[in-house]
Design a protein around this ligand. Sequence first.
Ligand code: FPP
Length: 243
Amino acid sequence: MTKNELANISLPRHIGIIMDGNGRWAKQRGLERSEGHKKGAEVFRVITEYARDIGIEYLTFYAFSTENWRRPAAEVSAIMNLFRDYLFEAQEREEENKAKGMRIRYIGERSALPEDIVKLINELEKNSADKNAITINLAVNYGGRDEILHAVRTIAKKVEAGEIKAEDIDLNHIDGNLFTAGQPDPDLIIRPSGEYRLSNFLIWQAAYSEFWFSDILWPDFTSDDLDKAIIDYAKRNRRFGGV
Ligand code: FPP
């Protein structure tokens, strides 16, 4: 989109993206599934840069779910390697990313990830914490139900310790204990590849999100597709339960 076109549009502040269809993209070309993930990771980089340029404030990518461990070990390790490559690259480009105001955050259960990846995530999160042009949330070993369970346990411990009363628990306590604490809920969730479900992605935060589905496979997704999703979103009438 050009700056002029953007000026007339109500942009979503937070977009969630389910990067789906990598396996099918590879299969169509007679390639290994990992080749699809590789191309998917390239598209992820392009979309991240573009979203930042047009003024999206929060972008959450679903890269690996708590259920994805069931995939063949070679595929899991190929995805982890791509994730690691990106984190290394982000570390190498730290100054450039800082100048662009890019904040990197991880959402999910980090304790199950390889130790070196956890170390890279912790460093990137710490070093980019004061950046505020765009926040990139990387959902790896992420599950919405796990996230809610984690929040409930944290709150229950506070009740046990006598810090709060059960009847005083409100929605803010839940929001404040999710991995996305402090961020706005996603306005728009994009799922390519012809699937029409959330698959445990941001299930609490998506209560009032708009959805955009498409048959495009993630490795074929372009910034023009992101524009289309945003233009469609801007035409929606969001009432949040009101009239
Ligand atoms: C879903 O497609 C995709 C994944 C489970 C992995 C996505 C991971 C990446 C794009 C790379 C690593 C991430 C970062 C943050 C750089 P699928 O395999 O389920 O596709 P299919 O439904 O066609 O089989």
